[in-house]
Design a protein around this ligand. Structure first.
Ligand SMILES: NC(=O)c1ccc[n+]([C@@H]2O[C@H](COP(=O)([O-])OP(=O)(O)OC[C@H]3O[C@@H](n4cnc5c(N)ncnc54)[C@H](OP(=O)(O)O)[C@@H]3O)[C@@H](O)[C@H]2O)c1
Length: 289
């Protein structure tokens, strides 16, 4: 019987626990944690993600200091906005919603964020801390994936883990987190020959690619844990309606896997929850030390 790793349920529980924690911090220190999400342009998917993050902040009592800039905003204007937020004592977390319009240099912008307010954990200082196994702000999607597996008591020690995807946002940091938990880790990518042979070796298989149903049942080792990070929008040509699917073909993989995350309701809600967690963590570091 395959178990469902229910990110939606865990996220709801963590957020309600965080709401109590934030209320107590507010009483004790006289202010709530604050998060600033910077968005540039009108990408509808980004706008939905930002709304989602702001609603989650509201649920747990984190103050939002979001700023929305027009698509033609220049690099110096955004850098100045980040510098201002770095200095703003009400703000504990800063996040730049990606992707940015083509004329902007996202890496240079992310590097402007104070590493101690880097809610997305993408600053080189925080990625360096992760590489060295030091405490720090960690990238939300990989951290949420680990937290979800830990919640279900899944073990990593001595397991073969395969991460498909090597982005700085998901694949690479998740591989480091699995390594830190004593898994033996392989990272696969678009140039990996015979992907199926690699994925079939995995006790823990993570798909972080962005290709609808790339991973099918015949590519999965019986009894594996399958984490589907992918979010892909597919449109039904008859109704014109869109829906979200993962990188994993749930119907063919579920009978083979022992544990699997659904899309939606798996890693997505955990990502937002870890963003809130990071903001509260920064607040605690800054207020309490
Ligand atoms: N659930 C969430 O909250 C959440 C958060 C973030 C991202 N996501 C989703 O996760 C997915 C990955 O995001 P990302 O930012 O990591 O994407 P990305 O930067 O585009 O990276 C995709 C990775 O997949 C690899 N890849 C592409 N085609 C492949 C193939 N046919 N076989 C094997 N590997 C292949 C690429 O390899 P190369 O390096 O060789 O090009 C790359 O390393 C997307 O669907 C995104 O929407 C979800």
């Amino acid at each position: 019987m395959t178990g469902l790793l229910d990110g939606k349920a865990l996220a709801a529980r963590m957020q309600s626990e965080m709401a109590a924690e934030v209320a107590q911090l507010q009483t004790q220190y006289g202010r709530s944690p604050g998060l600033a999400v910077l968005m540039v342009g009108d990408n509808p998917a980004s706008a939905a993600y930002v709304r989602n993050k702001e609603q989650a902040c509201e649920r747990v009592g984190i103050a939002s200091y979001g700023q929305h800039f027009p698509a033609e905003t220049t690099q110096p204007t955004l850098e100045a906005a980040i510098q201002q937020l770095n200095q703003d004592d009400r703000v504990d977390g800063i996040l730049v919603q990606l992707p940015l319009p083509d004329h902007l240099d996202s890496v240079a912008l992310l590097n402007q964020i104070d590493p101690n307010k880097d809610a997305d954990g993408l600053h080189p200082t925080n990625l360096g801390r992760l590489l060295r196994g030091e405490p720090g702000l960690q990238s939300c999607t990989p951290a949420g994936s680990m937290r979800l597996m830990q919640e279900y008591g899944l073990s990593f020690k001595g397991k073969q883990a395969v991460v498909v995807g090597r982005s700085i946002l998901v694949g690479k940091p998740l591989a480091l987190m699995l390594l830190a938990e004593d898994a033996t880790v392989t990272i696969a990518h678009s140039r990996t020959p015979d992907l199926a042979t690699v994925t079939r070796s995995a006790d823990i298989l993570v798909a972080a690619v962005g290709r609808t149903h790339l991973i099918t049942g015949d590519m999965v080792k019986p009894g594996a844990v399958v984490i589907d990070v992918g979010i892909n929008r597919v449109v039904n040509p008859e109704t014109g309606k869109g829906r979200l699917v993962g990188d994993v073909d749930f119907d063919s993989v579920q009978p083979v896997a022992e544990w699997i995350t659904p899309v939606p309701g798996g890693i997505g809600p955990m990502t937002v929850t870890m963003l809130l967690h990071n903001t509260v963590w920064s607040y605690r570091q800054r207020m309490i030390g």
